[in-house]
Design a protein around this ligand. Structure first.
Ligand code: GDP
Ligand code: GDP
Length: 455
């Protein structure tokens, strides 16, 4: 296997997170000492030391980007999640369980020179329930004499055992072929590409901030509404608008165009309508009247966007009315009221004069790119082990929780799952989110992090 040994994300160093399409994940499980790490190194085609001798972070870095026959996948070595007090069998079963939850396929490694032990059988029982493909590698098959021992592993009920020697390399090419056959082209939970048709935008904000003025401005000035985009059926309440050379679908604009009366009792209805528009959209433009103090109602609309998990752009309108004093006051209001959405970009426009309206489209694109973004498992865990080595989670009840592994379970919005051996305090989770944003960006998109504790 000469062509092997891919560097992480070839040719896309730092902003590789945007470009690299998501790769499917293979998790490698098995008892300690069956030869998992040796096999992983062999499959990666490099002699990188998987075992890092740093106390506390030993083998936390468990995910690697692999390449075989032009296809990329992520190889997760679960060897680092090894036994705690619960006993070997339970620990390995839990490891297999976790692998099933997070990977697209699982590789069980059994030591052919020992044969299937009770623990191997227990793990096989767990894996037989998997709805993901499971492969069986019989390792330490250094020469032909051991081939017959391999056949005995059929009884694990996981299909054909693949004989390999991690040490010498024999059988590893065939195993890789089988792995690629088992792995899907794209990871599970991948919501697919952006889909077809224009991206959906909700234009929301409290009454009189200038929503209809802005909509008229963008659809009037920038080559009027396009009615006919191939492959899309547009709800009559939506508008197709061309902004910066791209067609966008502004959802539920019927009410904006008609200027609904704001009679009493209408406010509740308006808020329902706002919520529905946000739900129907991928990105929300929250319009705020820059000439007035930021209102509680503005904050409520922003919270709706966050809760719905949509990308967010803050557009401050009526900038033509903003003087020096107002600008200073606004700076303080931003710090006081909108720190929690610091990740959202702001654009200062005037629907009246057309000022900076052209800046909205690029900001929408940035927000949507963040919302769609997927961090490859290998990069994510590389980053995570560095952060945790530098700033470990605080000790709680005399025990230090160990963060084992992270995966981005979803995009739209980016949603991360951390597996840890103990409870992680809210402060530490916020710290991780801050660092995650520092490293990977996510400008314009909410990010969710959940922690699963593996006892
Ligand atoms: P892990 O705990 O499952 O990750 O196992 P390791 O990869 O650390 O291997 C455990 C021991 O088995 C080490 O001493 C390896 O050198 C040895 N080993 C691993 N693979 C092979 C193999 O293919 N053939 C032989 N003879 N020994 C192996
Ligand atoms: P909507 O209720 O959010 O749809 O707000 P409208 O678009 O109906 O605007 C409310 C009022 O604000 C109208 O009188 C507009 O003329 C005015 N307005 C909208 N945008 C601007 C702006 O950029 N500058 C100024 N000075 N007035 C604006």
């Amino acid at each position: 296997p000469d062509e092997f040994g891919a560097p992480d994300s070839p040719g896309t160093p730092d902003e590789g997170t945007e470009a690299a399409p998501p790769a499917p994940v293979l998790a490698v499980v098995g008892r300690p000492n069956v030869g998992k790490s040796t096999l992983v190194n062999r499959l990666l085609g490099r002699r990188e030391a998987v075992v890092q001798d740093i106390p506390g972070v030993t083998r936390d870095r468990v995910a690697y980007d692999a390449l075989w026959n032009g296809r990329r996948f992520t190889l997760v070595d679960t060897g680092g999640w090894e036994p705690d007090a619960t006993g070997l069998q339970a620990a390995v079963a839990a490891q297999a369980d976790l692998a099933m939850q997070t990977a697209d396929a699982v590789l069980l490694v059994v030591d052919a020179s020992v044969g299937a032990t009770a623990t191997d059988e227990a793990v096989a029982r767990v894996l037989r329930r998997s709805d993901r493909p499971v492969l069986l590698a019989a390792t330490k098959v250094d020469d032909d004499r051991l081939i017959s021992d391999t056949a005995a592993l059929w009884r694990l009920g996981l299909g054909e055992p693949h004989p390999v020697s991690g040490l010498h390399g024999r059988g590893s090419g065939d195993l890789l072929d089988a792995i690629l056959e088992a792995l899907p082209e794209t990871p599970r939970d991948d919501f697919g590409a952006t889909g077809t048709g224009p991206r959906r935008v909700a234009l929301v904000g409290k009454p009189n901030v200038g929503k209809s003025s802005l909509l008229n401005r963008v659809s009037g000035e920038l080559r009027s509404v396009v009615h006919d985009v191939a492959g899309t059926t547009v709800d009559p309440v939506d508008s197709l608008v061309e902004l910066d050379g791209e067609v966008w679908r502004f959802v539920d604009t019927a009410g904006l165009r008609k200027r609904v009366q704001t009679a009493s009792g209408m406010e509740y209805y308006a808020s329902l309508r706002t919520r529905a528009a946000i739900e129907a959209a991928e990105v929300a433009v929250v319009l705020i009247d820059a000439s007035e103090p930021i209102a509680e109602q503005d904050q409520r609309v922003i919270s709706m966007v966050e809760e719905a998990g949509r990308a967010l752009v803050l557009v401050f309108n009526k900038w033509d009315l903003v003087d020096e004093d107002r600008r200073h006051a606004m700076k303080r209001e931003l710090e006081r009221d909108l720190v929690r959405v610091q990740w959202a970009e702001r654009v200062n426009v005037s629907a009246l004069t057309g000022r900076a309206v052209a800046k909205i489209a690029p900001v929408l694109r940035t927000a949507l790119a963040s919302w769609d973004k997927r961090i490859p498992t290998g990069r994510l865990n590389g980053w995570l082990s560095d952060v945790i080595a530098a700033t470990p989670p605080p000790v709680r009840g005399g025990k230090q929780p160990k963060v084992l592994f992270a995966t981005q379970a979803q995009t739209r919005p980016p949603t991360f799952v951390l597996f840890s051996t103990g409870f992680l305090e809210a402060g530490y989770r916020r710290f991780l989110e801050r660092r995650l944003r520092e490293e990977f960006g996510f400008t314009g998109s909410p990010v969710r992090i959940s922690v699963r504790v593996r006892e």
